[in-house]
Design a binder for this molecule. Sequence first.
Ligand code: PMP
Length: 383
Amino acid sequence: MRHRFAQALDQRRAQHRLRVLRPLEPGAPGHVRLGARELLDLSSNDYLGLARHPELARRAGEWAVRYGTGARASRLVSGTLEPHRAVEEKVAAWKGTEAALLFATGWQANAALFPALLKLEPQAAVFADWLVHASIHHGIAAARTKHTGYRHNDLAHLDALLGAAADAPGRLVATESVFSMDGDRADLASFVALARRHDALSVVDEAHATGVLGAGGAGLAAELEDRPDIVMGTFSKAMGGFGAFVAASRDICDYLANAASGFVYTTAPPPPVLGAMDAALDLVPGMDDERAHVAALATRLRAGMTGLGYATGPSDTQIVPVIIGGEAEALAASAALERAGILAVAIRPPTVPEGESRLRFSLSAAHSEAQIDRVLEAMADLR
Ligand code: PMP
C-alpha cells in the first residue's frame, strides 16, 4: 500500500492537480506576506476584513483568560459553558430563529447535520443542487439515503424530481444561498415555496452570505417571509473567526444536539473562538457601509473583467470567478498575477467541473477601488 501514496502524488502532479501548503503571513489590510513580498490578497473569505479586527482579538483573549483555552469536554458532557449559550442566543436573535446550535466548523456541521436528520427517515428522498459544497455531499453520502442532485439553480428540475418522489416517506432539499465557486445566488423564496409544496424539509447553507448579504448581514434566508427549516452558516468567512452554526426551531436544534454525531462526540468550541464570534456578532449588524463597499468593488471588478473579454459566469456577489478553462492555463494565470503582486488562486477540478478551471477573486471591505483597478491592469497584461 505504501508505494501508492507517491504514485497518487505523481499522478496529481502530472494532471496539474497537486496542491501544496504554503505558509503566508498577514500583511497590511487586504494583503498577505509571502516571504519578503507583500501581495494584494484576493484569495481569502475574509469578506469584511474582520479576521484581524482588534475587537475580535481582544475578546478572544479576554475569554481565553476568563474561561480557559479549552472547553474541557464535549457539549453534552460538561463542555457547555455560559459563553456557548450566550453566543447561540445571539445567533438566533440575529437570524430571527427560535434557536441556534454551534458546530466546530462548517464542514463538520454539514457532515453531521444530514445523517442526523435522515436517521429519522432513512428512506427519504434527498435532492441537493449539484454545486453544493463537498461537506453537504459528504453528509448526504454518510446518511446512505437515496440522493439525487438537481441541475444547478434549476428549480423546474427540482420540482420534477420532488414530484416523482411523492411516494417516498419523506423529502429533504438542500442548496447554498450563495455558491462558493460561482458567486451566484439561489432563488431562495422559490426554493422554500417549492419545498413547502412538496412537503420537503429545506436546508440552506449560508456560509458565503453570512455577514455579507441581507439586512444586518444576517444572510438571505433571514429576508424571507417563509424561511427555510434549517439554515447553516459559518464564522470562518465574513465573521473573521472559526466555527459554524445551525439556526432553526428549538426542536430541531435540541434534536441535533442529541443526534448529530459531529456535535455529540467532539469537544465543545473553545472560549477564545467563542469570544471572536461574540465580538463579530456585535460588529457585523452595523457594517452596512462595508457591505455596500464590497458589493460596489465586485460590480467594478466584473464590469472591468467583462470589458477585457473575460467571462465572470453568473456571479452577482463578492465572489467573482474568471473562467480560464484548462488547469495548466489557470495555474499559469495565477502565477502571472502573483508575479504582479496579486494573490488570486486557481480553482481546478474536482472542486469545479472539467474545463472550468478559474481564478477565484474574492473581495473584501479592506480593498479599495484603486486596488481593483490594479487587478484589472494585471489581467489586461495577461490577455
Ligand atoms: N459550506 C460552504 C458553502 C463552504 O464554502 C464552506 C467552506 N469552504 C463550508 C461549508 C465549510 O465551512 P468551514 O470552512 O467553516 O468548515
